[in-house]
Each structure stands twice: as structure tokens, then as C-alpha cells.
Design a protein around this ligand. Structure first.
Ligand SMILES: Nc1ncnc2c1ncn2[C@@H]1O[C@H](COP(=O)(O)OP(=O)(O)OP(=O)(O)O)[C@@H](O)[C@H]1O
Ligand SMILES: [Mg+2]
Length: 370
């Protein structure tokens, strides 16, 4: 069993000096045996630091790191049963593809025939058999990254660690390699921890996603659950493209029902559904943010009780769908995603209404979803 357990794990760089920096702030995370876990978050949030602590490339400042049952804090990297794949392949230029893949095994004094078998097997899996004799410079970026994967595979590690392995590839290659790594996970049946700042990679590859910010974990869950029920404003805004729309306002109740009142250039009132009304009523004194994904809008008439009148800033007809960038009468920027080709002229007036069954209310001050 090779789950990875982080308990109150912290990293402070240069402790005690004026350059001291608390990069990872006591995180708890349980990565299950054979799980594909994605660590995602903006630049500097501590993803690589976390991964490097698991790998043993960075010392743990405090807390516990376990792989399987074993505490690994002070175990040498080579004895942790892990293999890491980096962004910049780190291949030896003067060695053939086969020798690059075999290098780690040779260092460990693995028998020659065993090395040959493992390299052959990895090359088969990765479609590199024809290229085993080539030097790295005679390979494309995608092929080089495959060699780097091969080098990890031949080690037969319990846990694979990936640090943004696809970020040096062009967009098309990235999509292809994304699928290949997912297939590899299915085939090798190993625990994989994958770091990226790309929310699309996180959504498409992860069994679960761990969203990080400023050295802390914001949410851990399955991709779809994170998408549909983000715990906080940060996660809501980080996962999903185009990003979720946010409208600030307060709650008012009158004889006609509970309304979300969007304060701004011009006050807009949106009548809430029963479910949101209940949540809103119990948070009357709190400044609120209403979050609505771009796909949860529809065109409507001006007299609709949930209508948000707005002006078109940019229309982006993509074919199967259109993104329309709007400036609401309240002065808020919105992006709505409508299916089909919607022709809209700049400055045109449109009314859109949010699908409030799929909207979220957040406490604007704490950022927590209500
Ligand atoms: N060796 C170091 N000494 C001091 N500070 C460091 C060191 N390495 C990283 N940091 C700082 O720790 C924080 C987290 O860095 P880390 O590399 O883990 O971020 P990241 O989430 O991987 O970001 P990116 O997406 O840019 O790779 C950053 O603010 C970084 O500047
Ligand atoms: Mg990093």
C-alpha cells in the first residue's frame, strides 16, 4: 500500500534569517494508494515545495510525511520508492534514449538483463522503441518528455511525482500527453501526484484535486465536485474557464420575496430562489457575493424578475458556443456562455438572467460559501 500522508506539514525556507519564508503552512492531505492527485494553484502557492518534500529534495521543517506505513521525513530520496518527472526533462545530452532510461538502474547496480527488459517494456508503453538509439537532441519536445517518463517508469516506483511535466510543450502536444499520462496511470496502477497551475489539467487528469493558495489547502475533492460546489471564492474563481462571475450585494426582503440587491452604478434587484432565499435570510447582516458560472445564464426579457440588463463589450462566437463579455447596469463585468453562434454588436443592450438553481452565495469577507 503506497498512499502518501501529509500531517501538519510545513516548510520554512531560510529559517531564522531575514529571508525566512513560510512556503507551506501546516497542510494535512491524504493521497490514497493508486490515486491520481493533482496539486493546483497559482505561482508561488507552494506546490513544488510540497512535492519536493515528498521526494526528499527539500527538508521537512515540521510535521509528518508518510508513504505507506513508513515515516519518511528523514529517509534518503533514493530509498523512498518514488520517481520524479520534471518540467525540463533533465536528460543527459550525450547519452542515447536507452541509456538515459537505464541510467538510474545502472547506478543501483540492477542486473543488465533486467535493465534491458525494463527499458524495452517502458519503450513499448511509450512508443519509443524506434528511438532507443537516438540522442535527446534528435527528438521533439513531446518525445523528450516521454523519455523522462520512461526513466521514471523503469524504476517501478510506488509513487510517481510530476512537477508541471507538460508546460514546455505546445498546446496540441500538451493535450496529447495529458491523455497519455492518464492512460499510464490506468496501466501502471501506481500512486501519482501531479503538480500544475493549469486548471484544465487538474480537471481532466485528477481523481481528486487539491487546490492550494499561499501555502495552504483551500479544498480537496473530485474535479466535478470542486466545480459544482466550490468551498470558497478562491476555489470558485480558480477552477473553471472562463471563470465564475461574481456579483457583490446585500439581501433585502419585501412582500414579493427575498432579493439579492447588487449595489453599483445602478442598483439591480434579482429575486432569489427558495433555496438561496433560506441561505440569504440567515446571513442578512453579511456582505454577500453571488457566484454564477458563465454557462448558467440565459437571454431574457427586461421584465423578468431575475433580469440583469447589460451592454455588450465583446462577443466571441466560437462556433459551438459563444462567450459574451458584458458590462451590467450595476457596473459589473460578466462573461456569459451561450450555446450556438450568437451575433452581438459592441454596445448592444442585452438582458441575461442567472440560473439561480446553480448559483452560489459566498460571505464576501471570509470568502466561505454559505
Ligand atoms: N529555495 C528557496 N528559498 C527561499 N524561498 C523559496 C525557495 N524555493 C521556493 N521559495 C518560495 O516559496 C514559495 C513557494 O514556492 P514553490 O516553488 O513551492 O511554488 P509553486 O507553487 O511551485 O509555484 P510555480 O507555479 O511558480 O512553480 C514561493 O514564494 C517561492 O519564492
Ligand atoms: Mg513550481
Amino acid at each position: 500500500m503506497s498512499g502518501v500522508t501529509l500531517s501538519n506539514l510545513s516548510k520554512t525556507y531560510n529559517p531564522g534569517s531575514k529571508d525566512s519564508f513560510h512556503a507551506v503552512k501546516g497542510i494535512d492531505l491524504e493521497i490514497r494508494d493508486k490515486e491520481f492527485m493533482v496539486l493546483v494553484g497559482p505561482s508561488g502557492c507552494g506546490k513544488s515545495t510540497t512535492l519536493r518534500m515528498i521526494a526528499g529534495l527539500e527538508e521537512v521543517s515540521s510535521g509528518d510525511l508518510r508513504i505507506g506505513e513508513r515515516r519518511m521525513n528523514d529517509v534518503l530520496p533514493k530509498n523512498r520508492g518514488i520517481a520524479m518527472v520534471f518540467q525540463n526533462y533533465a536528460l543527459y545530452p550525450h547519452m542515447s534514449v536507452a541509456d538515459n532510461m537505464a541510467f538510474g538502474l545502472k547506478l543501483r547496480k540492477t542486473p543488465k538483463s533486467e535493465i534491458q527488459n525494463r527499458v524495452q517494456e517502458a519503450a513499448d508503453i511509450l512508443g519509443l522503441t524506434e528511438m532507443l538509439g537516438r540522442r535527446p537532441k534528435a527528438l521533439s519536445g513531446g518525445q523528450r518528455q516521454r523519455v523522462a517518463l520512461g526513466r521514471a517508469i523503469v524504476r517501478k516506483p510506488d509513487v510517481f511525482l510530476f512537477d508541471e511535466p507538460l508546460s514546455n510543450l505546445d498546446a496540441k502536444m500538451r493535450v496529447q500527453m495529458r491523455a497519455e499520462i492518464a492512460k499510464l496511470h490506468a496501466r501502471l496502477n501506481a500512486t501519482m501526484i501531479y503538480v500544475t497551475h493549469d486548471q484544465t489539467e487538474a480537471m481532466t487528469m485528477g481523481d481528486r484535486i487539491c487546490v492550494m493558495k499561499d501555502g495552504k489547502i483551500m479544498q480537496v475533492d473530485e474535479p466535478i465536485r470542486i466545480y459544482q460546489s466550490p468551498d470558497n471564492l478562491f476555489t470558485a474563481g480558480f477552477i473553471g474557464l472562463p471563470q465564475m462571475n461574481f456579483l457583490k450585494g446585500v439581501v433585502e426582503e419585501d412582500a414579493t420575496g427575498v432579493h439579492f440587491v447588487i449595489s453599483g452604478v445602478q442598483e439591480l434587484r434579482v429575486k432569489l430562489t427558495d433555496q438561496l432565499s433560506g441561505i440569504a435570510r440567515s446571513n442578512r447582516a453579511v456582505p454577500l457575493t453571488l457566484g454564477i458560472r458563465p454557462e448558467h445564464f440565459a437571454l431574457c426579457t427586461e421584465d423578468d424578475p431575475a433580469a440583469i440588463p447589460a451592454e455588450v463589450e465583446v462577443g466571441e462566437p466560437l462556433g459551438a458556443e459563444s462567450y459574451i463579455h458584458l458590462l451590467s447596469k450595476s457596473g459589473d463585468k460578466l462573461i456569459v456562455r451561450l450555446s450556438g453562434i450568437i451575433q452581438s454588436g459592441v454596445g448592444q443592450l442585452l438582458c441575461v438572467k442567472p440560473d439561480l438553481e446553480n448559483a452560489h452565495l459566498f460571505n464576501s469577507e471570509t470568502g466561505q460559501r454559505l
